[in-house]
Design a binder for this molecule. Structure first.
Ligand code: FAD
Ligand code: NAI
Length: 472
């Protein structure tokens, strides 16, 4: 009898399994993915076809773009530069192999057992594993953690095929598409659109909503839309794909752009309209556990209606982010070990790894207004940051939102260099209920782009040094 069986080895599942084992619980992880050699493939979406390979390509494509477009003004002339896409892909694949192999090492160092096959919860203490040869094994465990993740949504108007691909396909094109259509101006559309645009594709993004990045701070949405367009992404809002037909080497699409039917042909079409939870076939029909829109219903501690069964990561409510799943994994492992862990869902950071990056934590102005919370705004542009100018990254700003009465920081929104890292500093301060004044009284190294966070905090109390103050 195991103490814990985890279904799925993505960032939610593998982290839960490691923590459970660290806490002295006998733990096994079931994973159905196998690699080309027929070996167990750990790491889930994040390591194999998500966070890591996309960031590897974002970095490589950014270097290519910089070398191509921006180095001359630094006095660096490069002659005869050319793209070696297969070398770029090889680098990405090697990083993935290294990291997924690393999980195998972490499992053995932490005494987590693993088993290859498809897991299904049969009862409150039993998981059935269907192995790749069809044989069955039943694992008995005191606790079951479901971490089966999510998969790309397919839409009826554009069935996946040779040239109509999901994010996984878009991470492995063998040549740079001359023209690339993307359905969905969400995080995947913008990140992968940036990759291929930098490498030379003419990118058209077809977005159904009439608002760009509705989940982001409205100023950031506005400024970043301009920047994406400047970088070559032709973003069409209020546009709905109505049909897509695979041709031999291209895709013919029809979309409705603000009421007008438009026909277009792209070499490739990426469909990135969101992801759906992997909840079908993971629970026996006999179990009284509810699904909500496909998400397994859990309480704030990720416990289902059956005490011994927990669910974490993309398969449950909340943002589909690796770090959110990992923190849930740690919380659940600790609660199984009878510790008092919880996740602070108010402070889940979001990052879009564009150039410049977009990142935020806490509430934005739209949310504060709708919740009728009185707030102050402190904003500092990177154009006034010495370091940002020196490193040629002066687009964007830091915005600090704080409570009018208490000065407590309610949200920090950054569009610009090292946005993700700056937001992480903000998040740590917010975990300790920092006020804008606390940040204002903190010393920041000079010259750093983080000084923009310091100045934005100062600006929220009309004390910024390097810009004129305007109270709002
Ligand atoms: P997953 O990572 O999806 O893992 C689930 C695992 O369970 C898989 O290995 C699957 O094979 C296995 N499984 C499923 N069903 C069964 C079963 N019945 N039996 C056995 N095994 C099963 N998030 C970020 O935070 N930052 C990023 O930069 C980022 N970039 C992304 C880029 C892309 C292109 C994509 C697609 C996603 C990105 N994400 C990012 C999202 C992130 O990958 C997910 O939020 C995260 O992987 C979810 O973790 P998880 O463990 O819940 O599920
Ligand atoms: P998304 O939810 O971010 O964006 C999907 C977009 O597609 C939305 O703007 C939506 O309005 C649009 N859309 C939906 N149906 C449409 C249709 N029929 N026609 C045109 N547009 C349509 O989903 P996405 O980009 O697929 O990413 C999935 C998830 O993966 C993200 O929500 C995020 O949680 C995670 N992710 C996180 C990353 C990060 O943290 N940097 C990077 C990539 C993915």
């Amino acid at each position: 009898m195991y103490d814990v069986v985890v279904i799925g080895s993505g960032p939610a599942g593998y982290v839960a399994a490691i923590r459970a084992s660290q806490l002295g619980l006998k733990t096994i992880c079931v994973e159905e993915s196998i690699n080309e050699d027929g070996k167990l493939n750990l790491g889930g979406t994040c390591l194999n076809v998500g966070c890591i390979p996309s960031k590897a390509l974002l970095d490589s494509s950014h270097r290519f773009y910089e070398a191509n477009k921006n180095l001359a003004e630094h006095g660096i002339d490069i002659k005869d530069m050319k793209l070696n896409l297969s070398a770029m892909m090889k680098r990405k694949d090697e990083i993935v192999t290294k990291l997924t192999g690393g999980i195998t090492g972490l499992f053995s160092a932490n005494k987590v057992e693993s088993i290859s096959g498809r897991g299904k919860v049969l009862s409150k203490n039993q998981v059935e594993v269907v192995k790749s040869d069809g044989s069955l094994e039943v694992i008995d465990a005191k606790n079951i953690i479901i971490a089966s993740g999510s998969s790309p949504i397919e839409i009826p108007a554009a069935k996946f095929g040779e040239n109509i691909v999901d994010s996984t396909g878009a991470l492995s094109f063998e040549k740079v598409p001359k023209s690339l259509g993307i359905v969905g101006a969400g995080i995947i559309g913008l990140e992968l659109g940036s990759v291929w645009s930098r490498l030379g594709s003419k990118v058209t993004v077809i977005e159904a909503m009439d608002t760009f990045l509705p989940m982001a701070d409205p100023d950031i949405a506005k400024d970043s839309m301009k920047e994406f367009k400047k970088q070559g992404l032709d973003i069409k809002l209020n546009s709905k794909l109505t049909a897509a037909k695979e041709l031999k080497n291209s895709v013919k699409v029809t979309y409705n752009d603000s009421g007008n039917n438009v026909e277009a042909e792209f070499d490739k079409l990426i469909v990135a309209v969101g992801r759906k939870p992997n909840s079908s076939n993971v629970l026996s029909e006999k179990l009284d556990i509810k699904l909500n829109n496909g998400f397994i219903e859990v309480d704030k501690f990720c416990q289902t209606s059956i005490d011994s069964i927990w669910a974490i990561g993309d398969v449950v409510r909340g943002p589909m982010l690796a770090h959110k799943g990992s923190e849930e994994g740690i919380m659940v492992a600790e609660r199984i070990a009878e510790k008092h862990a919880e996740v602070n869902y108010d402070l889940v950071p979001s990052v879009i790894y564009s150039h410049p990056e977009i990142a935020w934590v806490g509430k934005n102005e739209t949310e504060l207004k709708s919740e009728k919370i009185e707030y102050k705004v402190g904003k500092f542009p990177f154009a006034a940051s010495g370091r940002a100018l020196a490193v040629d990254q002066s687009v964007g700003f830091v915005k600090v939102l704080s409570d009018t009465k208490t000065d407590t920081i309610l949200g920090v929104h950054v569009f610009g260099p090292a946005a993700a890292e700056i937001v992480q500093q903000a998040l740590i301060s917010m975990e300790f209920s920092a006020s804008a004044e606390d940040i204002a009284l903190t010393m920041f190294s000079h010259p750093t782009v983080s000084e923009a966070f310091h100045e934005a905090a100062l600006a929220s109390n009309n004390q910024a040094i390097h810009i004129g103050n305007k109270s709002r």
